[in-house]
Design a protein around this ligand. Structure first.
Ligand code: QAP
Ligand code: CO
Length: 173
């Protein structure tokens, strides 16, 4: 089942998410719904709060060299914690909750994350490149943070203006 995506400036996106305690069938069904929603929306990453559920759940599906998203590469990350980070990198980010807007954001170059999979088993992920950026972007959602909050004051002002225009154009069309 596809779920509606919450978009900026909806206040729910500012809400911190709580850890998952039950790794049951309801969680599995929710993860499947998140995946369907992300793929239908042309996303590569999605956090649970973006579909109005404040739990520490995120999914990431990085496309391969041909730009194909293989479900075998899907990462389901629950209750994540960054245990190591190193370096700095810039990447032009977007977000399904901030449609139509993309901007460069600074992130750690690499992160090591411990998390639980859908069965509650502890896993460790070492991420670099786009995956590293995606993990950090999605983990920010769990803390109630959006990538636009990392922009400089001037760029943020420009965003607010631009975003209002994008929203108006959408209503008109
Ligand atoms: C987060 O973002 C991310 O504006 C995932 O109109 C960002 O999937 C991971 C999207 C940067 C790694 C690097 C955005 C789709 C998708 C839009 C997304 C849009 C349609 C964003
Ligand atoms: Co996002």
């Amino acid at each position: 089942m596809q779920l509606p995506i919450v978009t900026y400036p909806d206040k729910r996106l500012k809400q911190p998410s709580r850890p998952v305690e039950l790794f049951d069938e309801a969680l599995h069904a929710f993860l499947d719904d998140m995946y369907e929603t992300m793929i239908a929306s042309n996303g590569i990453g999605l956090a649970a709060i973006q579909v109005a559920n404040p739990v520490q759940v995120l999914i990431i599906n990085i496309p391969d060299e041909q730009g194909e998203q293989d479900k075998a590469q899907l990462l389901e990350i629950i209750n994540p914690q960054i245990i190591l980070s190193d370096g700095k990198t810039f990447y032009q980010e977007g977000c399904l909750s901030v449609p139509g807007f993309y901007e460069d954001v600074e992130r750690f170059k690499t992160v090591t994350v411990s998390y639980r999979d859908r069965h509650g088993n502890e896993q460790v992920l070492e991420a670099d490149g786009l995956l590293s950026v995606a993990v950090q972007h999605e983990m920010d959602h769990l803390a109630g943070k959006l990538f636009i909050e990392k922009l400089t004051y001037t760029r943020r002002k420009k965003f607010e203006k631009e975003y209002k225009r994008i929203q108006k154009e959408k209503k008109g069309s």
